[in-house]
Each structure stands twice: as structure tokens, then as C-alpha cells.
Design a protein around this ligand. Sequence first.
Ligand SMILES: Nc1ncnc2c1ncn2[C@@H]1O[C@H](COP(=O)(O)OP(=O)(O)OP(=O)(O)O)[C@@H](O)[C@H]1O
Ligand SMILES: [Mg+2]
Length: 247
Amino acid sequence: MAEPALLDLLVLRKHFGAAPVLEDVRLRLQAGEVVALVGASGCGKSTLLRIAAGLDRDFTGQVRLAGQVVTAPTRDIRFVFQEPRLFPWLSVARNVVFDGESAADTARVAALLDEVGLAGLGDRLPKQLSGGQAQRVAIARGLFVQPKVLLLDEPFSAVDAFTRLKLQDLLLRVAQAHGITVLLVTHDIDEAVALSDHVIVLDSAPGRIADEISIALPRGPEHRRGQPDAAATIAEVRHALHAVHAV
Ligand SMILES: Nc1ncnc2c1ncn2[C@@H]1O[C@H](COP(=O)(O)OP(=O)(O)OP(=O)(O)O)[C@@H](O)[C@H]1O
Ligand SMILES: [Mg+2]
């Protein structure tokens, strides 16, 4: 029998009005796994993440975390969006603790900022940060409440290519250090293969799981980027995507 999943996502049906968006989607993430979700624009990736976060209850199915049904947003499951969504009037440090309870825990905030490469920038305002730095604050905020699962919706799409690679490394490093399970939506196939243990390919209208590709390569982007084995896996994912999203 399969191990019980940490996050068990079952969406039998999700629709907006008459339009079916997701159908028969079952995703199980084991503790500590990194799973990437890819699929054409509009196929339902963000919708699935919102359901996983307990932000959308209007669907047929069930979200379970460690066996418990999730019916509302919980601090065990945190969301990092495409854009950092920082509060412009709050300092970096205050943004990190925003939805935590221990706002006075300055030592932990400082340690987290250090971990994401923002040591000493806690007093800055968001407007004084670069895009990549702002997204690091968003990641630190996602980590602050020590969630079990981090959901990320195209988190690095607004930054330049070099910053993107640095943030990918950072994400994997902090996820491993904190034992966090990751579900990452991305349009970047290289990113999906560099970071994840499994790549899920979604079909569209309605979104269903069309393919699941396990990445049988040593973990960590440093072992994957530019490697011939990774190139073969990238080609496999691209092929799977083209198969369901033929243009
Ligand atoms: N609140 C809403 N009301 C009505 N339709 C919606 C709503 N949110 C999303 N949709 C529709 O549901 C479908 C899935 O949207 P979703 O945002 O999940 O796609 P996506 O895979 O994240 O796309 P992208 O890659 O462009 O971010 C789309 O057809 C979208 O237009
Ligand atoms: Mg989306």
C-alpha cells in the first residue's frame, strides 16, 4: 500500500458557472517532496492551488493534510504568489511576521532574513527593494509560521533569469532545511525539472492530470542544470505538454 500522503488533494469537479475547470484530479504529496505543476495558461493550476490552500471551498472533493480535512486556510499550508504582495507601508520585518502571532520575535525574523539573503534589510520598506529581494521577503513570510506545505504560484516569473536561478536554489535550500513539502506551479520546464521530484502535467478544459513524470536524478539544481540526463527529462516533459496542448 502507498504511504499516507502529507497533502492529499482530490478534486472530482470544479467549475466556474457552466465551465468545467478541473475534473478527477488527485494529487498526493509525501512529506518533504517537491512537486511541480505545469500546463497551458488557463488549465486550472492556480485554481488547484487555491483549493489546496483552503481558499476555495466551492468544489466537489476533499483536501487532506496529514489525514485531516482542510476546510479553511491554515497556517500549515502557506501560499507564495507570483508577485510578492507586500504591504507597502510595513517594513520588511513587519511584512514577514504579518500573519504570524509572535511579532516580537525579532531574533527569528532576523535569522529568516539572513537565510533568504536579506540580512540587515528588516527596516527597509518594500519600495526600497528589488523585485528579487521582494520575492525573498514573500518566501520568508511563507516560512515564518513554519508551515508543513508551501504552495507557490509562478513565484519567480517576474524576475530576471539570473535572479530566478538564485531564487530556485534558495527555495530548495530552505524547503529542505525546514522540512517543507512544496507544490510549485511554473511555466518554466527547466525550473520544474531542476527543482522537483515529480512533474505533474495538466490537461485543459477541463484540467485533468495528463501525465506524471518522476525525476530520477540526484536532487538539487546543481546536479541537474545543464546535465545531459536532465536535458532528456526536460524533453520528456515538453513532449508530454505538447501531447496535451497541441497547437
Ligand atoms: N473567479 C473566476 N471566475 C470565473 N472563471 C475563472 C475564475 N478564476 C479562474 N477562472 C477560469 O478558470 C480557468 C482556470 O484558471 P486558472 O487561473 O486556474 O488557470 P491557470 O492554469 O492558473 O492559468 P495561468 O497559467 O494563465 O496562470 C480559466 O479558464 C479561467 O478563466
Ligand atoms: Mg495561474
